[in-house]
Design a protein around this ligand. Structure first.
Ligand code: TA6
Length: 320
């Protein structure tokens, strides 16, 4: 495998190498950084090289499906709230087993979301136009993390939006990974929104227990759909089936189908926490919900030396 040392971020150069007329275009975003725009008659998506983050997805004839913070900037070196942040190579604060006895910097949700990714390949397939971005081991040097790996994100847009996150362990020891495709969805009103597909699953309630740093034996059980009347921050365990956000106000249903993940995270910070976060905007919490395909401490993945693992999610949007 070739190692990428210098990230090429000039849209003109990238277009000359990988642009596809009418389908894949690199450009400078008004948010302050290079993005790649994927266009298909059934949908359009924008992916920022900063964070390897999808920041917009608009199926033809629909309002934006992803929520993006009004304060989002791609050139501030800060994690961008909204779209689909890639939490990698750990989810949340890293689990205790990873940090034990180790010095280093452990930013919440890993460092991929604040790194600039390299666009490595584009194409156009039956499913739609696609781009693959990569983040390589040298980009992570000196951060305290013991692993050596490359991660690639492929984004495909057509009838649906698909994200595939593939990690290759470049080290000689097994790599323990937690991660998430931390999607923020735009909803008409959180109080008129429910999340289906989680009935009967047990969950780690992070509002009561705090973030999942280790496996807890104090779990709750979901009965019926998830509804919102206050902060919700939960990891649903052994959850592999489709999950739908049913939005009565906008009259639509967004469905996530995933692979390589047994943890589904549902998050809405509600008013007070959103106020403290500072980048959600007044009443912004009412317009968003996170539903995330994840591997958490409950289903951490061990990648053997030289091996790969894939976390993938397909999103579709239709009438409720
Ligand atoms: O995925 C849910 C979560 O882990 C919550 O606990 C919450 O704090 C959140 O992600 C957002 O994290 P961030 O670092 O982006 O503010």
């Amino acid at each position: 495998m070739t190692m990428l040392k210098n990230v090429e971020a000039n849209p003109e150069t990238l277009n000359a190498r990988m642009g596809i007329t009418g389908r894949v275009r690199f450009e400078a975003s008004a948010l302050g950084g290079p993005v790649v725009v994927l266009e298909h008659p059934r949908g359009r998506a924008t992916v920022a090289l900063f964070g390897g983050q999808v920041i917009d997805w608009q199926p033809a004839g629909q309002a934006a499906v992803l929520w993006l913070s009004p304060a989002a900037r791609l050139d501030a070196g800060q994690a961008v709230r909204g779209g689909v942040p890639v939490c990698w190579p750990w989810f949340g604060p890293p689990g205790r087993s990873l940090t034990e006895g180790m010095a280093g910097t452990w930013p919440q949700h890993g460092f991929a979301r604040t790194a600039t990714w390299q666009a490595v390949e584009t194409g156009d397939s039956m499913a739609g136009p696609w781009v693959t971005l990569a983040l390589t081991a040298p980009a992570m040097a000196g951060k305290g993390w013991p692993g050596k790996a490359e991660v690639r994100l492929t984004v495909v847009v057509g009838e649906t939006l698909e994200l595939r996150l593939v990690t290759r362990n470049l080290g000689s020891a097994p790599l323990v990974l937690t991660q998430a495709l931390h999607a923020y969805f735009h909803v008409g009103d959180i109080e008129e929104t429910r999340v289906e597909g989680l009935d009967g699953h047990v969950f780690h309630n992070a509002v009561a227990l705090g973030p999942a740093l280790a496996i807890s034996s104090t779990l709750n059980s979901q009965i019926g759909a998830v509804t919102f009347a206050g902060e919700v921050d939960r990891i649903y365990l052994e959850q592999r089936g489709p999950v739908s956000i049913v939005d009565r106000r906008l009259g639509r249903r967004i469905t996530m189908t995933k692979r390589g993940s047994a943890s589904t995270v549902v998050w809405n910070p509600w008013r007070d926490k959103a106020g403290n976060l500072g980048d959600i905007g007044a009443e912004g919490y009412r317009r968003m919900v996170c539903v995330e395909a994840a591997n958490t401490v409950y289903d951490a993945v061990t990648v053997p030396a030289g091996g790969t693992t894939e976390l993938a999610a397909v999103y579709e949007c239709g009438p409720a």
